[in-house]
Design a protein around this ligand. Structure first.
Ligand code: SF4
Ligand code: SF4
Length: 198
């Protein structure tokens, strides 16, 4: 060991760079397992998760490749990939996983760890979108789509790239002007404080 060794894959976008055995973070998998309550070492690389994922063509690493990177302690590649931010936690992959791994739980844990450790966020606009949606839920207990759009656009300073979609939604009256609130907004606030800040 000691030298960088390529791991062959059948598809170009599975592992972009060779596994670097000189730069392994051997505690990475254990940290993610502890955070997610799952065991990523059970992954046997059958690739069923990749076949079921509707977003895999947009990802830089396929879901099973993330598991491989984590198993090999490839911190930078795993923590700084766009896949983390494109996964929408739909669970389609998990229901096909023969090992019963909750894949979105692992993705969540890697996202959290990446943020906590200051890793480069591959899709900063998606992170801003996450934040904007969560702010809305914290405020109202529900999403207020018009406000989310306006706040998000202002955060990323991009007003016009998809204005046609916004106008279409407005013309079809899909965007309420006023937010709708849940009755017990204090309880929502308490949950946020407990889960995020407590
Ligand atoms: S949970 Fe994520 S990785 Fe799994 S199928 Fe959905 S988008 Fe793909
Ligand atoms: S389906 Fe499960 S076992 Fe198969 S590659 Fe994906 S995570 Fe690993």
């Amino acid at each position: 060991m000691g030298e960088t060794q390529p791991i062959k894959s059948s598809s170009a976008n599975e592992l972009k760079a060779p596994i670097n055995f000189n730069e392994q973070d051997l505690s990475l998998a254990a940290r993610i397992n502890a955070l997610s309550g799952e065991n990523l070492n059970l992954c046997l690389q059958c690739r069923m998760c990749r076949n079921g994922c509707h977003f895999s063509s947009a990802m830089d690493y396929q879901p099973h490749a993330i598991f491989r990177l984590l198993q090999y302690g490839q911190y930078k590649q795993a923590m700084e990939c766009s896949t983390l931010w494109l996964c929408v936690a739909c669970n389609t992959c998990s229901v096909q996983c023969p090992m019963g791994i909750d894949i979105p739980e692992i993705m969540d844990a890697v996202r959290l760890q990446a943020l906590e450790e200051g890793a480069v966020v591959a899709e900063p606009n998606i992170l801003e979108f996450h934040r904007t949606v969560m702010d809305s839920i914290e405020r109202y207990g529900r999403t207020h789509k018009l406000e989310i759009m306006l706040r998000y656009k202002s955060r990323v300073r991009d007003w016009f790239s998809d204005i046609d979609v916004g106008l279409k939604l407005m013309s079809k009256r899909k965007l309420d002007l006023r937010p709708s609130r849940v009755k017990d907004s204090k309880e929502v606030k308490r949950l946020f404080n407990q889960a995020w800040r407590g």
